[in-house]
Design a protein around this ligand. Structure first.
Ligand SMILES: [Zn+2]
Length: 121
């Protein structure tokens, strides 16, 4: 699959940093830019290990619902589990609008979802 070179000017100017994928040895071969969450909240770190080992669709299935929705600048999207729980995501993520810090209230919603999605068997 051919991936184009991501347009830097499309990136939001606040809240998160972008890094060329080449800097990360795990992402070799991908041309997409990795987005790292620099404001990872402690409430979500407990789910991180399980989240990294679980594909999001599988987690959604387990939770019985998609991640909570959030509105940023009038755009409603599902919360980005990769960014907020796993701590990293990609610039071309369909939920990229959510690659910004959450309020305590929003974090609480995501924690509730994670409790179901990443419950230990
Ligand atoms: Zn994302």
């Amino acid at each position: 699959m051919e991936r184009g070179i991501p347009a830097l000017h499309d990136a939001p100017r606040h809240g998160w940093r972008i890094k060329p994928g080449e800097d990360d040895p795990k992402s070799k071969g991908k041309n997409s830019l990795q987005v790292k969450n620099s404001t990872h909240v402690p409430e979500l770190t407990q789910f991180r290990k399980l989240a990294l080992a679980t594909a999001v669709p599988k987690a959604e299935q387990k939770a019985g619902s998609p991640p909570p929705e959030i509105t940023h600048n009038g755009t409603k999207v599902q919360m980005c589990v990769g960014y907020h729980v796993k701590g990293k995501c990609w610039e071309k993520c369909p939920r990229a609008a959510d690659h910004v810090a959450h309020s305590a209230q929003d974090t609480a919603k995501l924690v509730e979802w994670c409790k179901k999605a990443y419950a230990e068997e």
